[in-house]
Structure formats: C-alpha cells, structure tokens
Design a protein around this ligand. Sequence first.
Ligand code: SF4
Length: 231
Amino acid sequence: MTWNPTTGCTKISAGCKHCYAEIMSKRLQAMGVEKYKDNFEVRTHPSALNIPYTWKHSKVVFVNSMSDLFHKDIPTEFIKQVFSVMNDNPQHIFQVLTKRAERLLELDKELKWTHNIWMGVSVENEKVKKRIDFLRKTKAKVKFLSLEPLIGPLPKMNLSKIDWVIVGGESGHNPRPMDADWVVDIQEQCKIKDVAFFFKQWGGKNKKANGRLLNGRTFDEMPEIDLQHSV
Ligand code: SF4
C-alpha cells in the first residue's frame, strides 16, 4: 500500500540516477492524472491527508513512493500534518524513507514519533553513509536502512539503534551491478549486531530470473513490533 501526500522531487545523490518516481510521474502526467499535472515538480496534496482515516483494516503503508517527505521544498507545517495523520492512525504501520536525513534530524524535535512510524534512510554507497548517523540521532521508534540500489560496498557500518536493513540491487534497462561480496558482508554485519535483514533482489536486466536467493536461501526478516502494546 502506498500513500502519497506529496509528489515530485529532485535528484540528490547517485542512488537517484534511475529514479522510479520520476519515470512514473512522467507516465502519469501523460495519462492525464491530475495529481501529476506538474510532472516531477515538488507538490503537496492536502486532500490526500484524509485517506488513511478511510482504511478499514490495518495496513503496512509506504509513505511517499513518489517523492521525498523531507525535501527542502516541502513546508515543515505540511510534514507535521503528515505526522499527525500517522499519529492518529496507530492501527497502520507507516514506513517513511528519505535521502534528506539532515533535514529529518533538524525537524526531529518537532515531530511526534509514535511506534507505528518506521523511519528509514536510503544509503547506496559509502559517500552517503552519514545519513545513518543522522537517523540514529532521531527519536524514531523503529529505524531502518534501505541499501537500495546498492552500488558500492558498505563495510563496517555502525548499526547501533538500527532495527532493520533492506538490501536490493538495481533493475531496469541499464542497471549498475551489485557485487555479491557486498551483500554477504552486510548480511554478516546484521547477524553480528542482531539486526533484522531483508534481501529484496539481485536486480539486473532480468530481475525475475536473477531472483533473491543469497547463499541458497531467502532472507525476509522484519523488526518485531507489537503494535497493540506499543502506541
Ligand atoms: S530522493 Fe528518491 S524520489 Fe527523490 S529523486 Fe532521489 S530516488 Fe527519486
């Protein structure tokens, strides 16, 4: 399930090169979808703030698959409104992912971190490893790393206070390669630090054929959170 109270973004690091949201925005604009009439320009959508109140059953929700909530052009007031909606709906798990970890930390004190908000940062190579430190300093109750598309090794990460690590290789027409040794190393780091590890895919031009087995097995670990007693 995705929920997009904001749309649009601008590229910030190497992981953005083949941005899925940018490609999708262009398609949706061409199809005449009102929300994407300005293509990939950053826009807020106040009318989308009501949507989570209408869902009858508990859901796992990926927030802003078409944007980055902490982009500099999203007003702080609007980010707070998005958080209010998440605070009001503890029956759903909201997963928020950003590459703007610096702004995330700047706003940390102004945000209410309920247990149903899982906060993540994207880290594609060593150059942007600092995002993990910014995330660590926030008061988010569940913290995760999306190492996707992994385009370089990430040795010796500080995984203190990190609950979950997701790894995935790039797919599409011109994917950048992901070395198996990088993935094995990250899985070992997670094992040593007792951090849940999820291996999404090898990626490549034929992601289906390449599958998601690592050392002959799948890794689908998730953080163990008891929502009933945690909000
Ligand atoms: S931060 Fe995310 S949404 Fe924004 S350009 Fe990069 S990949 Fe796309």
